[in-house]
Design a protein around this ligand. Sequence first.
Ligand SMILES: [Mg+2]
Ligand SMILES: [Zn+2]
Length: 184
Amino acid sequence: MKKAAFLDRDGVINRSAPEGEYITRWEEVEILPGVAEAISLLAQAGFCVLAASNQRCVAKGLLTLSELESIHERLCKELAAKGATITRIYYCPHDSQPCCGCRKPDPGMLLTAARDYEIDLRSSWMIGDSDVDIQAGMKAHCRTVRIGHVDAITNPPPDLFAKDLLDAARKLLQFKSPSPMGGA
Ligand SMILES: [Mg+2]
Ligand SMILES: [Zn+2]
């Protein structure tokens, strides 16, 4: 069984679109500073790096599935050129209603990934910049890192706060489990 680092996409890997807007073209993708280094660190530490992204812009008709996949292909290629491998980007193309099971805060994408790649979810992490990321991670029994303001009020609270993905990677690699069972 492998451990995984599940990354949210917008706001973690690439800069988010302004509130209420969506990334619909490659030209709008701006990879955030330190992301390639963070992914390399996680991979060196034995994590399978995967992404899990809500993209209801597909359900809204703002881009097609194949356009979304081609953005993801280019994103992975660009990062791979910097030595950072994202094994796969899972995404939910559905709208918030009806419930599809894969849209975060549901854990569907993480559970599917666990089956696809033989992931041990309890030794895995979900890293995101929204409450729904933390909720999805917790429902999948992963540990969680919330990216953003360290004092952000977040419900439920994550295991760790970090200012960006590189900070998150460094912190989770030093994380000592507070549980009496001890950590790996
Ligand atoms: Mg996000
Ligand atoms: Zn879905």
